[in-house]
Design a protein around this ligand. Structure first.
Ligand code: NDP
Length: 450
């Protein structure tokens, strides 16, 4: 008789948990996964996928504005928010089904219920106990709203995806990925949008040229972006929320969306009782192989707060399956992880920012271009695209590529391959551009910024 019920018991059927489970099963492991909410986790249900669908929706407004320059006229335009949300929900349901089928096809058993860790080899799902050689915690993260008077009136991205109507006026608090992305979505769909950020310039950690360019472009479009401003109190008066600001002002809005970071969803798992160490933030402490402080318990994805990105959780899941069941101990690789912010316009980035490169002691050459996309020669829209390369003077290696402009995410993906291959600026220069594209600018920048 087998010593344990399962070789691997995964808690959480999000991107990371599902990948680790499926791949482990493909290596011959007997695997079960428990999920208490929705298959596919944050990314599929209240993250990347529905967000991108809403971003697409929000771009139509601009496209309609830009049409006349190309000879088009259209009649009345009107957004049917309820239809947009219903269509989005239908697609998400389809994806939930895809995830269910993928698990079934891989031979992974699914338990739908709340799982807790009982001891290093036992999990209980709604009171039923199962033993496993390894337990994988892949429970993801949850939006965090700071406590202040009236904070209960604020919504998070979780609720924003299911609002009964588009807010007439939306206040967004926070200057990270979710804040700038929802500012673009709400504004593009027609809401009067005010984004508040407590610091000098949002998107902390991104290259300063990205941060400044995006702020300029959002303001040009009409988003009311306010820095060094926060909310101290929210009062509800009927359908209206009154947000009192640190600068003494007050704004009335139909919704206040807090995008102030996400916390590991580790409470209610009894992890500490089983000996798993958590950080103050609740994130599971793991080593380079995603092993927690208990030998048989591993953790991947957002709940470890290494890099809260879906593809990173997937890579961590792949690495873990290889480590545990394929005789190939694999550490996830965090070098040159490309990322895109689906703001309007998009930001894309890979490698070191100029500031990071200098802090790390590199002598750098900076190449930067800012131009009006060809499309806007006919629309008249005052939009600039910014691209930037950070190059190590000593080795000529390109250390970082940064962009603000349409499809930045699409372009940066390929450049991430180049950076991972150690491409030099000379090799960028040798590469023939594709004309006329914005992307060709990445291989035609010749003049260093003074
Ligand atoms: P982020 O950590 O990116 O940003 C949080 C923002 O809220 C920061 O501007 C932060 O300010 C501010 N903030 C934090 N606490 C407070 C507070 N108490 N009062 C006021 N402001 C506060 O979190 P997000 O919620 O935007 O996103 C969570 C994670 O999800 C991201 O880190 C990202 O990894 C992932 N994500 C990725 C996406 C993508 O790949 N496109 C899309 C969406 C999310 P400060 O800078 O001063 O700390």
């Amino acid at each position: 008789m087998a010593e344990y019920d399962y070789d691997l018991f995964t808690i959480g059927a999000g991107s990371g948990g599902v990948r680790a489970s499926r791949v482990s099963a493909s290596f011959g492991a007997k695997v079960a996964v428990a999920e208490e909410r929705y298959l596919g986790g944050t990314c599929v249900n209240v993250g990347c996928i529905p967000k991108k669908l809403l971003v697409y929706a929000s771009h139509y407004g601009e496209d309609f504005d830009d049409m006349p320059g190309f000879g088009w006229t259209i009649g009345e335009r009107r957004l049917d928010w309820a239809k947009l949300i219903a269509n989005k929900n239908k697609e998400i349901q389809r994806l939930n089904g895809v995830y269910r089928k993928m698990l079934g096809d891989a031979g992974v058993e699914l338990f739908e219920g709340h799982a807790e860790v009982v001891d290093p080899h036992t999990v209980s799902v709604d009171g039923h106990r199962f033993t496993a050689k390894y337990i994988l915690v892949a429970v993801g993260s949850w939006p965090m709203v700071p406590k202040f008077p009236g904070s209960q009136h604020a919504i998070t991205s979780n609720e924003a995806f299911f609002l009964p109507s588009l807010p007439q006026t939306a206040i967004i608090v926070g200057g990270g990925y979710i804040g700038v992305e929802f500012a673009g979505i709400f504004h593009g769909l027609g809401a009067h949008t005010i984004q508040l950020y407590r610091g000098d310039l949002f998107l902390r950690g991104f290259d300063d040229d990205i941060r400044k360019t995006l702020a300029d472009e959002m303001r040009k479009r009409g988003v009311d972006v306010r820095f060094k401003t926060d909310i101290i109190k929210i009062e509800k008066a009927g359908d209206i929320l009154k947000a009192w600001l640190t600068d003494g002002g007050m704004i009335e809005a139909s919704q206040v969306l807090y995008a102030t970071g996400r916390r590991s969803k580790t409470p209610n798992l009894s992890l500490e009782k089983a000996g798993v160490k958590l950080k103050d933030s609740g994130a599971v402490v793991v080593d380079e192989f995603s092993k927690s402080t208990v030998d048989s318990i591993y953790a991947i994805g957002d709940c470890t707060d290494r890099m809260m990105l879906t593809p990173v959780a997937i890579a961590e899941g792949m690495a873990l399956a290889n480590t545990l069941f394929n005789n190939k101990p694999t550490k996830p690789r965090y070098l040159n992880v490309p990322t895109a912010v689906f703001s309007t316009p998009n930001c894309g980035t890979v490698g070191l920012t100029e500031q990071e490169a200098r802090l790390r002691g590199f002598q750098v050459d900076i190449y930067r271009t800012s131009f009006r996309p060809l499309k806007h020669s006919l629309t008249g829209r005052d939009e600039r695209t910014m691209m930037k390369l950070v190059v190590d003077q000593a080795s000529d290696k390109v250390l970082g590529c940064h962009m603000v402009g349409p499809d930045a995410g699409e372009m940066i993906q390929g450049l991430a391959v180049a950076l991972n291959c150690g491409a030099t600026k000379a090799q960028f220069d040798q590469t023939i551009g594709i004309h006329p594209t914005a992307a060709e600018e990445f291989v035609t920048m010749r003049t260093k910024v003074a």
